[in-house]
Design a binder for this molecule. Structure first.
Ligand SMILES: Cc1ncc(COP(=O)(O)O)c(C=O)c1O
Length: 371
């Protein structure tokens, strides 16, 4: 699209340079475009077990009240979350997905020319939101597929405002640990806010995973992001939350639109929090299926990055893009990694046994016909 088709309003070059985020393809789109009847999506790290039955029930019961605006402050959900976390309601902000909180953070805390440090590769929205505020993105390469906190700290300048620690990191599934994170936070200048994105928090089983809530309790300049999109299976409703000291939450609230989290999302999130069984089931599925996928991938001679999340980064080699397309034609959506500068890899969400078998079966057939 040419610039001439836009209204005669100046748009900063840093906005025109942004590459839009490309999400995993929706199932319906693939069915429509490829004329397929059955499609499996393993591209967006959703929960294949679906939402909690309690959440579905809560949505049904609340449906007749959607003529009313939601509780803009999300009072009950924030209260229940804060009690669960041992904090207060004022320590929590709700977002239309944790995505929205990333954009609130960059809008509030970042001005043109200021710097944001992120891992490379890491979740793409940090860079997009930082650029929307005219921020300068300082990308620090991963080391052995993990965030390199030492290098990230060395990248700090007087212009640094935000540092995003995606933990587990998307797309690698790796974590940084408590002692590394403590060293990182030590003597950090006061003009810096550190964001711990813990979208996959509930899946982590490594005992060295940092207890970031302690950092909030210590009143540090940190924000933790968590979401109902992943283990709670509510990605379609868009609800996530940020945890920080009260002063940080209060200033983010100034930028939040009044009804950012809809009422069905709020009731479903509340009901999900009451369903510990569903969380346990989902965690167990990922634990078991992760091992199943590892062993089958090894048999196929493929290498992968051991994960702490519900997705696996798999090395396919030079033809990874073609393999991704071939899987798509067979009705299996995985995530190509060209957008993350990992063009030899695909990222695959851990599915049910049946889904994983179908993925592996198709992959094997495609690889053997290609080789
Ligand atoms: C690391 C990370 N952060 C945030 C998000 C966004 O999640 P939400 O659905 O809560 O906006 C994702 C989604 O894929 C993610 O991988």
């Amino acid at each position: 699209m040419g610039r001439e088709n836009l209204p005669q309003i100046s748009i900063p070059p840093y906005i025109l340079r942004i590459k839009p985020y490309v999400p995993g393809k929706p199932i319906e789109e693939v069915k429509r475009e490829l004329g397929l009847k059955k499609v499996i999506k393993l591209a967006s790290n959703e929960n294949p077990l679906g939402p909690s039955p309690k959440a579905i029930q809560a949505i049904k019961e609340y449906a007749a009240q959607v003529n009313l605006y939601p509780d803009g402050g999300g009072w009950r959900l924030r209260k229940v979350l804060s009690e669960k976390l041992g904090l207060e309601r004022e320590n929590i902000i709700l977002g239309n997905g944790s995505d929205e909180i990333v954009s609130l953070i960059t809008r509030v805390f970042l001005r043109e020319g200021e710097e944001v440090i992120i891992g490379d590769p890491s979740f793409l929205m940090y860079s997009i939101d930082a650029q929307l505020s005219g921020g300068k993105v300082i990308s620090v390469s991963l080391k052995d597929f993990r965030l390199d906190l030492k290098k990230m700290k060395e990248a700090i300048t007087s212009k640094t405002r935000l540092i995003f620690i995606d933990n587990p990191n998307n797309p690698t599934g790796t974590i940084v640990k408590e002692d590394e994170v403590r060293d990182f936070l030590d003597k950090l200048p006061p003009h810096i806010l550190v964001i711990f994105d813990e979208a996959y928090y509930e899946y982590v089983d490594d005992p060295g995973y940092p207890q970031t809530l302690d950092f909030v309790k210590e009143e540090r300049n940190v924000i933790i992001l968590r979401t109902f999109s992943k283990i709670y299976g509510l990605a379609g409703l868009r609800v996530g939350y940020g945890i920080a000291k009260k002063e940080i939450i209060a200033v983010l609230n100034r930028a939040r639109s009044p009804f950012n989290v809809n009422s069905l999302a709020q009731v479903a999130a509340l009901a999900s929090l009451e369903d510990e069984d569903q969380v346990k089931r989902s965690r167990k599925l990922v634990e078991e299926e992760k091992e199943f996928l590892y062993s089958r991938l090894r048999k196929l001679g493929l290498s992968f990055i051991p994960t702490q999340a519900n997705f696996i980064l798999i090395k396919i080699g030079k033809g990874a893009g073609k393999i991704e397309q071939a899987l798509l034609r067979r009705g299996i959506i995985v995530r190509g990694m060209a957008g993350y500068d990992l063009s030899e890899y695909i990222r695959v969400t851990i599915g049910t046994r049946k889904q994983n078998e179908e993925f592996l079966g198709s992959l094997q057939k495609i690889l053997s016909s290609a080789g």
